[in-house]
Design a protein around this ligand. Structure first.
Ligand code: ZN
Length: 454
């Protein structure tokens, strides 16, 4: 194939000229149901493969389970030079009660030519579609590139990230990836769009207290599981003392300084920071380990002393913290401080009162340590500033994402999150995206790939 050298203006013009086509493609992804659970990501993967087929880009679908799949597409067959990887998840969270939505969650309804509504518009079919469109633009223009652009569209991010983990360990294993962009939404409105170089981890632990059931008229014959749970909850703050302390990767002062770069001056930022409790809380959360008791369940009847009580605790971990240290700390609280017995698998008798600890979900924290010295990151920042007309800034992702599978395994530490859509609308009723942000994301991805692969 003949490859030609072109200017960045031609890339931008190509994107503007095909705006409507790209918007229609995003709509088709939103209209494809991939609520997880159960997933059904294969339907999305097929749409992506068919769309890329138009310009002869090969996309391979790796199927598993019932109608689930991961996909890898490559721009060309040059793996001898630099490799840039795009990663985006195809699953979305379920819509909740559909009657509460202004426009149905699968409608991809466009309002005033400005917003598109629907589940996944922001998290993250907007970012994923922008990545797919970028591949099409670069291929169609037959641009001379030195290196390759790979797209990994994955399943199951919303339930644990097995799609990215599997892809990194299998079809991508032999590839040397120099830089990865995950297209999660990184606008933190009213702040401008950010680039995320780290993420906190998440661990959900289910605590079950087992007591002895009896008639409520003679409670002393039993052992109330709610009271055992109540003892544990009251001691929960003692956990912090048992967990080895870790320095946050970015101190609150450093975070303030980074965010302030998107403001006209530090003084202006400081004034707004002092007024904005929400901003203060977000930055504070990024510098510490947190825990939230989120679910509690017990009781079968109002005259029965319950023999079982379940509680779920959501822990957020700083880079450097390990899930095992949380479990060890929980064991100390339950066994040493409260003298309850923790049942290990197989050795607990049914008649005794005991506590079960179960890790329900875990997503490791991760951080790209050397981001400050990266020229590539500076290039990306300057492209975002040009295209979005804002001053972007570096942050730690407040939620958890798939980046740890790439960073912590050594597969590609230079992994960042950048994508269209505001985090505040993700997972919520009436999720939507500003269409110009979606188009701008195609421009940023295309210009960055073009400069990165020179
Ligand atoms: Zn997401």
């Amino acid at each position: 194939m003949r490859r030609i050298i072109i200017s960045e203006e031609i890339i931008l013009k190509e994107i503007e000229d095909n705006r409507e086509e790209f918007i229609t493609f995003l709509q088709s992804l939103i209209q494809t149901n991939s609520y997880n659970p159960p997933g059904n990501e294969k339907n999305v993967a097929v749409k992506i493969r068919n769309y890329l087929k138009d310009v002869d880009i090969d996309a391979e679908i790796f199927e598993y389970d019932e109608n689930r799949a991961n996909l890898i597409a490559t721009l060309n067959d040059d793996f001898e030079h630099k490799n840039l990887l795009f990663n985006g998840h195809m699953d979305v969270v379920p819509p909740g009660s559909e009657e509460d939505w202004k426009y149905p969650p699968l409608s991809a309804y466009i309002k005033r030519n400005k917003y598109m509504y629907g589940r996944g518009t922001t998290d993250m079919k907007g970012g994923l579609a922008a990545m797919v469109c970028t591949m099409k633009v670069l291929k169609k223009l037959k641009i001379a590139l030195k290196g390759n652009l790979l797209l990994n569209a994955v399943a199951d991010e919303e339930m644990g990230g097995t799609g990215t983990e599997w892809s990194v360990k299998n079809p991508l294993k032999s590839k040397n990836i120099d830089f990865t962009i995950i297209g999660e939404p990184t606008a933190l409105k009213p702040l401008p769009i950010a680039i995320m170089v780290g993420e906190r981890g998440r661990m959900v632990v289910k605590v079950t207290t087992n007591g002895i059931s009896t008639h409520a008229s003679w409670p002393f014959m039993g052992k109330n599981a709610i009271y055992i749970m109540s003892d544990i909850i009251q001691k929960l703050n003692q956990l912090d003392g048992y967990i080895p302390s870790v320095e946050p990767p970015l101190s609150i002062e450093k975070l303030k300084q980074l965010v302030s770069q998107s403001f006209p001056s530090y003084e202006v930022f400081e004034k707004i920071y002092n007024e904005q409790v929400m901003l203060q809380n977000v930055l504070m959360a990024l510098t510490r380990f947190t825990k939230s008791l989120t679910i509690i369940k017990a009781g079968v009847k109002d005259n029965v002393v319950p023999d079982k009580c379940e509680a779920y605790i959501d822990f957020r971990l700083l880079p450097g913290q390990k899930g095992e240290s949380i479990i060890d700390a929980l064991k100390k609280v339950v066994e040493q401080d409260l003298h309850y017995h923790i049942r290990n698998e197989g050795n607990g008798k049914k008649s005794e009162t005991c506590v079960d600890l179960e890790i329900v979900q875990v997503s490791e924290p991760s951080y790209w340590k050397d981001w400050e010295s990266s020229k590539d990151l500076k290039v990306l920042q300057s492209i975002i500033n040009e295209v979005f007309g804002v001053k972007t800034f570096i942050m730690i992702y407040p939620a958890s994402a798939d980046a740890h599978y790439l960073r912590n395994s050594g597969f590609c530490e230079k992994t960042i999150l950048f994508g269209p859509g505001s985090g505040s609308t993700a997972h919520s009723i009436d999720e939507n995206i500003e269409i110009c942000d979606f188009i701008n994301a195609i421009k940023v991805y295309s210009l960055f790939a073009y400069r990165f692969l020179q």
